[in-house]
Design a protein. Structure first.
Length: 368
């Protein structure tokens, strides 16, 4: 028995016998005796409790045909991927290569996919992409709510994706998803120093509101949408205000804002953007210009006040002239007017009558 060797294979094991490094055969459960005086036999034990057969000489074992009735062998090409379920539970995504899974102990199900179809889609998508093996073979991305994803494969536009999760095979092609925000966004164009047509330098702040209408255009036309809109608005503001005098600009800012909006809207459309509004938020004048305009405003208000006072005086004098003309033309109306005056005097207090020359005394007596 000195030259015999014994190997025991348990019921949940399979023995892998190698003679001088060459695969010999599989050993089933039980005790196995081998005549091996030169110690050239090697038996590796593979557990059937582990469904996948891992061995550095798997290719030799597969080539021998010994696994034909004992295991499922997957020989995946570079563009192929395999999905593996054990006992109806997903366990792995396999890249190109050779794999073997024991049958009999557990329920095994496999599915082979072509990775040249770059986008991965499956009925059990969420379960698969959350497996531990997914990051090795899949590029997973998420397009957030109120966003759009622009998909490029090998630098070429493919499609625009809505909100959700997406996965793409690594290796066969380079897939990239550029996420674009579809919500309304504001660009604050601050501190713009502009010279008007009459050589007055002023500082103003503008506000631009927009939303993306064509995500593909936005991604393909510019690398920084906000910066592009900022620069475009800045140039338009300088051109529009620079063609107007200060008084014209200050008295009709709404028309200026409308002109700016129309010009920016055309450029925004070329970038795939829908312009919601453009407004001039603040206008800041130089200190000396403020003093000068305050003086002008003060002088205008003073002139208006004087004009109003003169108009009132003229109206009062015209009214008095009309009254005098009526009294002169109508003696009875004159008499009534005199009685009203005496009545007011009598009500006010003591009435002192001082008589002078005879003619005046007669008139007062007659009046009383």
């Amino acid at each position: 028995m000195l030259f015999f060797r014994r190997f025991k294979v348990r019921t949940y094991e399979v023995g892998l016998a190698f003679w001088e490094g060459e695969f010999l055969r599989l050993l089933g459960p039980g005790k196995h005796w081998f005549f091996d005086p030169l110690n050239k036999l090697c038996v590796d034990m593979a557990s059937l409790r582990e469904p996948r057969l891992l061995h550095d000489k798997l290719d030799l074992i597969v080539k021998s045909g010994a696994l034909r009735d004992r295991a499922i062998v997957l020989d995946l090409k570079d563009h192929e991927r395999a999905l593996v379920w054990i006992d109806d539970r997903f366990v792995a995504i396999l890249p190109g290569g050779q794999y073997a899974y024991w049958t009999g102990q557990k329920r095994l199900r496999t599915e082979i996919l072509d990775a040249r179809q770059v986008r991965f889609e499956h009925g059990e998508f969420k379960t698969i992409i959350r497996s531990s093996t997914a990051p090795k073979v899949l590029e997973v991305c998420t397009v957030q709510r109120e966003h759009a994803g622009v998909l490029f494969v090998d630098g070429r536009y493919v499609e625009t994706l809505g909100p959700g999760e997406y996965a793409f095979w690594k290796g066969p092609a380079d897939a990239k998803v550029v996420e674009v925000d579809l919500r309304e966004t504001m660009v604050d164009v601050q501190g713009q120093e502009v010279m008007t047509a009459d050589k007055v330098t002023l500082r103003l702040n503008a506000l631009l509101t927009y939303r993306v209408a064509d995500p593909r255009k936005v991604v393909c036309q510019t690398d920084d949408l906000r910066q592009a809109l900022y620069r475009e608005t800045q140039l338009v503001v300088r051109a529009v205000i620079g063609a107007r005098e200060l008084d014209n600009f200050l008295t009709d800012k709404d028309a200026v804002a409308k002109d700016i909006e129309d010009q920016v809207r055309r450029r925004a459309g070329e970038l795939g953007v829908l312009l919601v509004s453009v407004g001039i938020r603040d206008v800041i004048l130089p200190g000396d210009m403020k003093l000068l305009m305050n003086k002008v405003t003060e002088a205008k208000k003073a002139a208006e006040a004087n004009l109003i006072a003169r108009r009132e005086e003229t109206a009062a004098m015209r009214s008095q002239a009309n009254t005098a003309r009526l009294l002169q033309e109508n003696p009875t109306l004159m008499r009534l007017r005199e009685l009203e005056v005496l009545e007011k005097i009598a009500l006010a207090g003591k009435l002192n009558v001082i008589l002078g020359e005879k003619g005046l005394a007669d008139r007062v007596v007659n009046l009383l």
